[in-house]
Ligand binder design. Sequence first.
Ligand SMILES: Nc1ncnc2c1ncn2[C@@H]1O[C@H](COP(=O)(O)OP(=O)(O)OP(=O)(O)O)[C@@H](O)[C@H]1O
Length: 935
Amino acid sequence: MSKRSARRSRVESAFEHLRSTIATALGAAENAHRAVLDECAQQEFALRIAQMGSAEAARAPEELGDPADPHLRAALAESLAERERIYADWTATGPARLTELVAETAPGSASDPFEEWLGRIGSGEASAPPQLWRIGTASVPDSPRPQPFPAAVPALDLSHLRITTDGVPETAESLVQNLLLRVLGHFQPGQVRVHVWDVTQLTGTLPALYPLAGAGLLTAHDPTRLDELLEALSDHIRRIHASALLGGHTSLRALAAEQGHRSEPWRIAVLFGNGETLREEQQQQLQRIARNGLSCGIQLICVDLSLTVSSAIESITLTGRNRARTSLTGPEAVVELDEAPPRTEAAKACSAIADAFEARRARVRTFDDLVPEQLWQHRSTSGLQAPVGFSEGEPVWVNLGDASPHTLIGGPSGSGKTNFLYGMLGAMTARYSPDELELYLLDFKEGVSFAQFTPGKRDPSWLPHAQLVGVNVNTDREFGLALLRFLADEMRRRAEHAKQHEVTKLEELRAEDPRGRWPRIVAVIDEFQYLFAERDPVTAEATQLLEDVARRGRSQGIHLVLASQDVSGIEAFWGKPAIFEQFILRIALPKARRVLAEQNQTALELTRWHAVVNHESGVKHGNEVARIPDATGKNTFHALQHRLWERRPSGSAPPRLFDGSNLPRLSELADYRELAPDARPPKALLGQIIDVTGTAAAVPLVRSPGRNLAVIGSVRQDTTSVLGAAALSLGRQHRPGGIRFTVAGLLDEAAADAEAVTAELRADGHEVEAVSFDGIEAAIDGIAGTIDAGGSPVPHVLLLYGVDAAQATLERKDPVTRACALDQLRKILKQGPESRIHVLGWWRSAQRVKNTLGMGPVDDIGAWVAFDVHGQELMPFAAGQSVNWSPRARRGLFFDRSVHSRPEVLLPFDLAADRAPEVPAPRTERTEIREESHD
Ligand SMILES: Nc1ncnc2c1ncn2[C@@H]1O[C@H](COP(=O)(O)OP(=O)(O)OP(=O)(O)O)[C@@H](O)[C@H]1O
């Protein structure tokens, strides 16, 4: 080959190379271009599939392009694969898990098919209600292999429901009706109340449920009266907060779970709107109800009505006949709503519920229904709760605790106050043991109603919780004072203990001192208005003490229960709103006046044996009307008391009984029985003062001026009782020979008393000189002579019965010496005590004491007891202070200037009863009711 052709060939091959390189490059570019176009086409389909949804795209690919288009097919395949991957877990386990969950949380009628339970009366526990309620069958149509699962919604305390109908109102109605049937069919009739309001119609909404209306389980509200319904629901919320939730629970649901029973029914308000907004105030009130209702058992079901609150709401959007989406299942799931049962079946079931409810309501609830199955199972740490009556067959409770510490009970005579108290005390004492609850019971009424709590003649039982029972105290207002003083002291004692534990309240003290005994104290004062009956120091002190106990008792677990036929006249009470305000729990019996708030007239409309129980200081919305069972008839309280008494803790002592119609007996008085020889200083017991423990009124006979006693008054029985008790108690504190007595009977009518004391002292071995009227001068001369001779070696008591009767004799002057026995007596009064000689004398009037003392100072009479003597006559003997005392039968006034700042009331002893032991002392008779129960 020539050189030239060789070069040409090289050129050609180089060009060939260039061309093929270019061709290759161009081919690659075209391939890449095509690939990009393919990718692009597929991505575009992917985007449109995503927009349309893969399920829809798979169903109708032609909507996107040519179904045969490989790009479309590839994009669809990828999208479906992706969906498969995402749903894999849910498809494998989701529907099955949901089915299981609904079966668990929606038992019985909450999810079972209607035919399995409709028409049967439910018995589900209201303290543990189902959490979900079935509405239909759901599925996710766009999932790879759609599987059905039950669709359910929370209800009752858990969530409100908002339904949007989207123009299919019949579906909304059957959805609501099915849900209500499930709920109504689950519980005992009465546990669920339904309110229906439909903006478009008066009646005709939810027709199958109408049989419930007759029994009051369903209320159809007038379309124009939404306000009333909203107000009633708001009232209800307020009332629940003021009563059931007072104990600190946040919801009725929590309370019921703790107590194991639910005392308040649920209220479901179904509101059918028309898509338009409510008036501003109505909307706001509805929102408030939505916010606060669930905790009080109010559930709203709003159909085509806007509801926008932060509290729990589930929504259901109807998407066609019997189809819906719910907030719980999400937008992808379609719910096929359950078919409604035949209307006749549903109506029949509702009739059965209504009938059963009527039967239940008509059931006579008795005292026994106030008593729990097991006694003494409750703790009073945070308060006392007990049912007192029934409303539509369900118990109505009272709470005594921090939020409602005290109660005021009112009702005219015969309206059943005492019966109410028995019911309340029965329900409480059956729940709380005596270590959790102590009772102090005082009845100012004439009669003996509370005496049943103490051992009686024929029945030895007593109420183990009762510490003190005061009956027939209508004239002894001091006893009320004594009780209030005791409570105030106890309050202080508790506060001090609490302080030591660095806490302030009983509840906290109990937590800090778990082994201490800190029962709550309930002090009941029936007809307490007597305590404030007069404008006198008793009322003044009682008011002050009441205010103190009412204000501070709450934190120390001390609760006052005051009952009265008429509180309107109690000036001390009304003049002091600070007291009245503490009585937050008000109980009004039929025709009670002023116990409830002024505008609250419900008590006037009450029928017999009913009461308004109001934990809101008597404001109307706090009203609960309860029928009160008979608690005083046969086999009621008395039978319970027997059971409680038989369970009483060992060592339990009967309550102290203060019966104003009986006098105490010296021989039964603890202070007397405890006396023993060689007591220093010896003290003369004169009677019993009015206090909670029954303390003796005593005068110590020390060797110091003025230690003499004057008993002043004209009633022989009382005055001689004081002298007799003084002598006998002094005798008990000395051995024979350790004391001497001179007993002078100067009045014929008292001779027998003087003789009886003489005989009793002698029987105990004491030396007694009995002196008659004729021997009095000599006896006094002799004793006065002892003073001159250096005094008596042992205490010498000069008992003078009727000093004033011998006044003339004592004044008689010796014709020679011009001396008289009266001078000697004055000398004994003045100088005797230092020489161990004491005069205990009876004068028939204050003036006559003065006659005896002459110009001498009244100080020689250091102590006195006066009976039928007016206060002003006693002033000179009480260091000049005014003495407020109107004499009353069988009560004396006692003053010892060495200890008292003011005189105090004294009960003389019934010495006659002690002297004739074979004749039993008259004891308090129990009421007829009580006697009846022994038949
Ligand atoms: N809920 C009741 N069910 C049946 N009987 C009742 C009921 N409440 C009271 N009673 C009867 O009515 C009568 C009067 O009742 P209660 O003594 O309790 O009234 P009160 O208001 O205390 O009257 P008073 O102040 O006159 O004593 C009694 O015989 C009592 O048994």
